[in-house]
Design a protein around this ligand. Structure first.
Ligand code: AMP
Length: 559
């Protein structure tokens, strides 16, 4: 049966409600409550535009009515692809109030991902920036409308409507009407919006997040960080990341009555200026951005006096980098292990420095359940390393429309198999040791090895392909593609151009391509990615399995 609606077994749902974790509130209803409570305070800042809580609430109502007027119906899915602009929040709440469900797409997604997301969600609408950073999203959107029968409308931020596309492409500014006479009553236990999985398999899966579970996550993350109305959050990373949107992120800040400031870029120059100008108190970064900020701080000497907390997560934070955060930024470090699927584990304000530098803390909720298991699914002895399994009040019980995958991704009793290797320290802290899943974490971006391999194999001069993570000083990991060429080995730039033309997003393109005559195999005859990963980490090491090196020039080309 197709998994259409998130369901927790009744005994769990009852318990989460009884314990007050799920409060039967909707996210769009919460905006109404916040607007009544925080009224004229500043909710959002983007460039020189400032929105009060009341204004955000009013705009959400008008946008909801505008979406309905332009053909979006309750229950419709709408792919939301906007950069860090105030409209992201307005559209998010507007869609919820129209009864529709946003599907968060990354601004960097291209044809490949967008087609997949629209198809899988059966999207009726697609919200785009228009022309953005040299990419023509409008042209792509029109192609998608032609290809996909369910996709009816495109809403564009830049307001440019190509000739002949009137009626299909609607400027976002025109998505505005007198508020609906009868507002939609969303069900708190139903999907509010969809986040994307980091992609353990070829393409992202849709993660249904309910009003109840996301309201609980953001509220709890805000409480753990002691957020108040005096806090100013800088959204330095893309807002469509779960980390930036709700850990506590933008939503957690609004729930506390604070101000969320949207940075269009995570660069140190822009963000340091915003921190000083807007008196930012906390922000969240991936390790690669934190490292850029650290380096820039040495010569920019920024004014970061108001900064209280810097959250770092999304990828492994080296303890050496962790130690430098507090002295350099004058702010507390909080390590965050998180996943769009749910579970968050964070270090706490009263943790000893060593704990903050070397662990990913403890789960956000006392109701989060964690198991560390071996390859047979048995619990490992205390302190041992194994796969992290989890279930809880804000961790999904199944991906949307993915029955086959769900059967593998969850245990029979509902634990989600994270694909991460972890252990629990003697004092109960989670430490992420590595991962089983075949994903390269480049910066904070998750790149599925399988997806890049598929694209490589579609090239005429690639016979076999295996993609692994190689360590990288700045990105943490980079994408290393091993290929067995068919004929002459292709050049890196040609491979990149071909993959890009086949619709693969830029951040997934291989950073290196290395051609060999053969791949090493495991005892079971499968490609031995462990050996390939070790070799990718050390370009000067011998490649002993490369049995006929004279037949293929081993070509390693740095980007
Ligand atoms: P996403 O669903 O895109 O948020 O990615 C979640 C994945 O990112 C996790 O399953 C981990 O593999 C990785 N991840 C997130 N936070 C951390 C962290 N603090 N340390 C190591 N890996 C992390």
């Amino acid at each position: 049966m197709t998994y259409e609606r998130p369901t927790w077994p009744a005994e769990f749902a009852d318990r989460y409600r009884r314990e007050g974790l799920w409060r039967g509130e909707t996210l769009d209803g919460l905006l109404r409550t916040w607007a009544a409570r925080y009224a004229g305070r500043t909710a959002l800042v983007h460039g020189d535009r400032r929105f009060t809580y009341e204004e955000l609430d009013r705009r959400a109502d008008r946008t909801a009515a505008g979406f309905r007027r332009h053909g979006i119906e309750p229950g419709d899915r709408v792919v939301l692809q906007l950069p860090n602009v105030a409209e992201f929040a307005v559209v998010f709440f507007g869609l919820l109030r129209a009864g529709a469900r946003p599907v968060f797409s990354l601004a960097s997604h291209r044809a490949n991902e967008i087609r997949h997301l629209c198809e899988l969600s059966g999207a009726a609408g697609y919200v785009i920036p228009g022309q953005h950073r040299g990419f023509d999203h409008t042209a792509l959107a029109l192609r998608m409308v032609e290809e996909l029968p369910t996709l009816r409308r495109v809403f564009t931020l830049d307001g440019e409507v190509p000739e002949g596309a009137e009626g299909t492409v609607v400027p976002l500014a025109a998505v505005d009407a007198e508020p609906l006479a009868e507002p939609v009553a969303n069900d708190p236990s139903d999907t509010a919006f969809f986040l994307l999985s980091g992609g353990t398999t070829a393409l992202p899966k849709l993660i249904p997040r309910t009003h109840d579970d996301y309201a609980y996550q953001t509220r709890t993350a805000a409480e753990v960080n002691g957020l108040t109305g005096d806090d100013v959050y800088l959204a330095a990373l893309p807002v469509e990341f779960n980390f930036t949107w709700g850990c506590p992120g933008v939503l957690g800040t609004l729930q506390a009555g604070g101000t969320a400031v949207l940075a269009e870029d995570p660069t140190a120059d822009d963000c340091f200026a915003l921190i000083a100008a807007e008196r930012v108190t906390f922000t969240s970064l991936v390790p690669s951005v934190a490292q850029m900020w650290l380096e820039a701080a040495e010569w920019l000497e920024p004014d970061l006096a108001t900064l209280r907390t810097v959250q770092i997560g999304g990828a492994r934070l080296q303890p050496e980098l962790a130690r430098r955060i507090e002295p350099a930024f004058g702010a507390r470090l909080q390590q965050v292990f998180g996943m769009a699927e749910g579970l968050l584990s964070v270090t706490r304000a009263d943790d000893a420095p060593e704990t903050v530098w070397t662990t990913q803390g403890t789960p956000l909720s006392p109701a989060d359940e964690i198991r560390i298991v071996d390859e047979h699914g048995n619990d490992v002895p205390p302190g041992g390393t194994g796969e992290l399994l989890t279930r809880g009040p804000y961790t999904l019980r199944g991906y949307y429309r993915a029955d086959e995958h769900n059967a593998r991704a969850f245990t029979a009793d509902g634990f989600y198999r994270s694909g991460d290797l972890a252990r629990i320290t003697e004092d109960g802290r989670l430490v992420i040791e590595g991962r089983i899943k075949d994903v390269v974490i480049r910066g904070g971006d998750k790149v599925s090895a399988g997806e890049v391999e598929e694209h490589l194999l579609a090239l005429p001069n690639v016979a076999r392909a295996a993609v692994v993570a190689a360590p990288d000083e700045y990105l943490g990991e980079r994408v290393h593609a091993w290929i067995v060429p068919a004929g002459e080995a292709p050049k890196l730039r040609d491979v990149k151009a071909a993959l890009s033309a086949s619709g693969l997003a830029d951040y997934k393109l291989p950073d290196r391509v290395e051609a060999v005559a053969d791949f090493p195999l495991t005892g079971l005859g499968k490609v031995d990615k462990k050996v390939l990963a070790a070799a990718a980490a050390d370009p000067s090491a011998p490649r002993p399995w490369n049995v006929a090196p004279e037949t293929v020039a081993s070509e390693t080309v740095a980007s």
